[in-house]
Design a binder for this molecule. Structure first.
Ligand code: NAX
Length: 333
């Protein structure tokens, strides 16, 4: 049976890389048929028709059907997975609160539509910024779907952190594991190497702190580089990260679908229940999670938190509480 997979913002630049990756089986499995549903706004329908043509021209065996639409209700009908990339971009002169306001409506509306039309088992990944807060708004509008079925993307930040450590040590990226991104997908996020390890060429495993032997780098430049990487790419490319974002979305969704490997964890934005690591209840906060084969996830517990980490984790939690409050105020105005 084909999986019905919806990608919103399907005429945009991230979707252009992402759709190909899904269509050729990188995300849901190399033998899993998919029905691709491409959602965007009415002015983008011509562009979207070009994307549909290109997907057809890829002549990929796994794609059973491709549907392009501007109607969320039609898009979400009976869907199994939704990747919410579509969002209002920040325009020149636009303040952060204006961006929050414009997107709050989009995610509230699409959440309501998911509530009514999606399968109750649907897995929803929010990418469009501000991703954590948009994710909270979508899940609040979809009370008939378990809140654990909503997560937001911080995997790009995690991949960036992993690559920074790997390059520093001259090791392949997959040799570095269990880094953590805490908090918001914004410049307040906290990339944390305190519990991470690296495998050396002879197979022995050591902590990243022992291998790097430069605490000042790990608590300084490393964190800043990851926090500001999106802006650095934007400055150089004159466009925001798209290829790496699509790769990260694929990584996140594949791990959610098939589970994480033993003794490994990944970071994703999940709804805080207020009982883990002193993170306030009710915000979508990036944490280390393990994912089971049945697609359920649990936060990795029992990690020690230093005073240094505590401070950084609280700063990003505070920002998320403020964002959420502001967005809810907009919606009730
Ligand atoms: P683009 O501007 O290229 O594409 C966005 C697409 O969304 C456009 O085609 C637009 O028409 C569509 N759209 C707008 N409102 C919509 C609505 N109500 N329903 C459906 N579609 C709608 O942006 P792109 O570079 O693809 O980035 C998309 C989003 O991802 C942005 O919000 C961006 O900030 C965010 N990102 C989030 C990341 C994360 O790690 N969470 C990393 C990558 C990226 O920056």
């Amino acid at each position: 049976m084909a999986l019905r997979v919806v990608v919103t913002g399907a005429a945009g630049q991230i979707a252009y890389s992402l759709l190909y990756s899904i269509a050729k089986g990188d995300v849901f499995g190399s033998d899993q048929k998919v029905e691709l549903v491409l959602l965007d706004i009415p002015p983008m329908m011509t562009v979207l028709s070009g994307v549909v043509m290109e997907l057809q021209d890829c002549a990929l065996p796994l794609v059973e059907k491709t549907i392009a639409t501007a109607d969320p209700d039609e898009a979400f009908k009976g869907c199994d997975a939704v990747i919410m990339v579509g969002a209002m971009p920040r325009k020149d002169g636009m303040e952060r609160k204006d961006l929050l306001k414009a997107n709050a409506r989009i995610f509230e509306t699409q959440g309501k539509s998911l509530n009514e039309f999606a399968k109750k088992t649907v897995k929803v990944l929010v990418v469009g910024n501000p991703a954590n807060t948009n994710c909270v708004l979508a899940l609040r509008s979809a009370p008939s779907i378990p809140s654990a079925n909503f997560t937001c993307l911080t995997r790009l930040d995690l991949n960036r952190a992993q690559a920074q450590v790997a390059y520093r040590l001259g090791r392949p990226c997959e040799a570095v594991s269990n880094l953590i991104i805490w908090g918001n997908h914004s410049s307040t996020q906290f990339p944390d190497a305190a519990h991470a390890s690296v495998a050396s060429a002879d197979g022995s495993v050591s902590s990243v702190y022992d291998a790097v032997k430069d605490d000042a780098w790990l608590t300084g430049e490393f964190i800043k580089t990851v926090q500001s990487r999106g802006g650095t790419v934007l400055k150089a490319r004159k466009l925001s990260s798209a290829m790496s974002a699509a790769k990260a979305i694929g990584d996140h969704m594949r791990d959610w679908w098939f589970g994480t490997k033993e003794n490994k964890w990944v970071s994703m934005g999940v709804l805080s229940d207020g009982t883990k690591y002193g993170i306030p209840e009710g915000i979508i906060y990036s944490m280390p999670v393990k994912i089971n084969a049945d697609k359920s996830w649990s936060v990795v517990e029992g990690l020690s938190i230093s005073d240094f980490a505590r401070e950084k984790m609280d700063v990003t939690a505070k920002e998320l509480l403020e964002e959420k409050e502001m967005a809810i105020q907009f919606l009730s105005a």
